[in-house]
Design a protein around this ligand. Structure first.
Ligand SMILES: C[S@@+](CC[C@H](N)C(=O)[O-])C[C@H]1O[C@@H](n2cnc3c(N)ncnc32)[C@H](O)[C@@H]1O
Length: 243
């Protein structure tokens, strides 16, 4: 499935410069004859796992994440090439429904949840002149109420990373779809080990694919942090399709 115009069209547009306002007319920043690295903003980037492949490839990656940087007050630089954004999902999570009557759990608050989301969208808008791709990620949940149907959803186990679990994740934006590596869970070389491990500790779901809850352990806070890390396999595949 192709979300944004295919790479070939993007390349042609870049060459021809017939941009549509979203940066297809990207021109690299120059100081004299020196090409400045393409700037990637990793908004609410946390550990920076999503942007790591860009960093390793020499892009100028800026991880705009708390506590150092706050997206709600961040002003982007000129010449941004790509934006990855992963605003907090807690207020949009379906799982929160289970805690509706639990006084220990903060009630769902869409206004609070939309603060960083709105900030990411504002930053994306401010960068549109040079932007070639952007993506905003959240687990499949109630953010669709505000952003509409996502243009792409994926499971972490589809890619060639360490993440052999399911966690349906949604992406909105303009980007080339990452290439899926595994069509069937059983194709993963580590599938059997995971079945055994997950079966011993928890029950497998109907799908026979362990969910991220079946795999992660530790306290609630630790688990939440681990679960919010972008899958490394997906990050690499996304980079390969959006360079
Ligand atoms: C859903 S997590 C994303 C984690 C990321 N995918 C990773 O691989 O580590 C959201 C991150 O955004 C950060 N964050 C929350 N509010 C923010 C804000 N206003 N400005 C910048 N970062 C924020 C949180 O600290 C957290 O690290």
């Amino acid at each position: 499935m192709q979300v944004s115009p295919c790479r070939k069209i993007m390349e042609n547009r870049k060459v021809n410069g017939d941009g549509d306002g979203y940066g297809y007319g990207y021109k690299p920043l120059l100081i004299g004859d020196i090409v400045i690295s393409k700037i990637i903003l990793d908004l609410c980037g946390g550990t920076g796992t999503w942007s790591k492949p860009y960093l390793e490839a020499g892009y100028d990656v800026r991880n705009i994440t708390l506590p150092m940087y706050d997206v709600t007050t961040y002003i982007p630089p000129k010449g941004v090439y790509g934006i990855l954004s992963a605003p907090p999902c807690q207020m949009f999570s379906q799982a929160r429904n289970a805690h509706n009557n639990n006084p220990k759990v903060k009630p769902r608050n869409f206004i609070e949840g939309m603060n960083p989301v709105n900030a990411c969208i504002r930053i994306i808008f401010q960068c549109q002149e040079t932007l070639v791709f952007w993506a905003l990620e959240n687990p499949v949940g109630l953010l669709s109420k505000f952003l509409g149907k996502p243009v792409y959803t994926f499971e972490p186990w589809w890619f060639d990373g360490d993440e052999n679990w399911s966690k349906r994740t949604a992406l909105w934006g303009k980007f080339n779809v990452p290439q899926r590596v595994y069509l069937n869970y059983e194709d993963r070389p580590d599938a059997y080990n995971v079945y055994i491990r997950a079966k011993k500790r928890y029950s497998l779901r109907k799908s026979k694919i362990p969910s991220i809850q079946d795999i992660t352990c530790g306290g609630h806070k630790v688990q939440n942090e681990i679960r919010s890390i972008t899958p490394s396999g997906f990050a690499r595949a996304f980079y390969e399709s959006n360079r």
